[in-house]
Design a protein around this ligand. Sequence first.
Ligand code: NI
Length: 226
Amino acid sequence: MMVRIPGVLTPEQVQHCRQALAGAEWTDGRATAGYQSAQVKSNLQLPEDHPVARSLGELIMDALGRNPLFIAAALPLKVYPPLFNRYEGGGRFGSHIDNAVRQIAGTSHRVRTDVSATLFLADPDEYDGGELLVDDTYGAKGVKLPAGDMILYPGTSMHQVTPVTRGARLASFFWVQSLVRDDVRRSMLFDLDVAIQQLGGELPEHQALVQLAGVYHNLIRHWADT
Ligand code: NI
């Protein structure tokens, strides 16, 4: 399931991030890549423990915690602290699947990467190329969103970022360990949740809503690992 979350950050927050990132020291993105992905990766990243990454990461985590669509779609148990990357001058990241488990730098905490997230910090007209291509059941889906918007996609999927041939593509990326590891189950729960919300808006007094909400929570109880 791919879900677009619009307006995770306000235009002012995007501006704040961009100003902070403009003055930061970027390093070669291959530093955090495994042996295989290092061969197809050419971009810049902010080191995980960089103070700018830490403080902007907190701003993003705070915004996510108050975003009902993100919570409904990802059912987050743990969120890997957001990282930042920059593609320019032909920079790209060829087809790969992200590592299944990531250790949070400087801690013993590990996050299973059930859901991958890209939060765009540059608008589509600022750069050419730099499309996120995610393989799903029906072929590759291209994603290029306005600054402040985010895309969620299954951590299990093959994906790539196409070469940036003009301008710079700036983004934050991170992973979520979900309460519900399986993407099929998670997407059914999301559909059920959306339908319940819609019914609740139109027929708030309907008795079946209580039963449906109960089924939703009992499914989570049944499927959640915590
Ligand atoms: Ni990736």
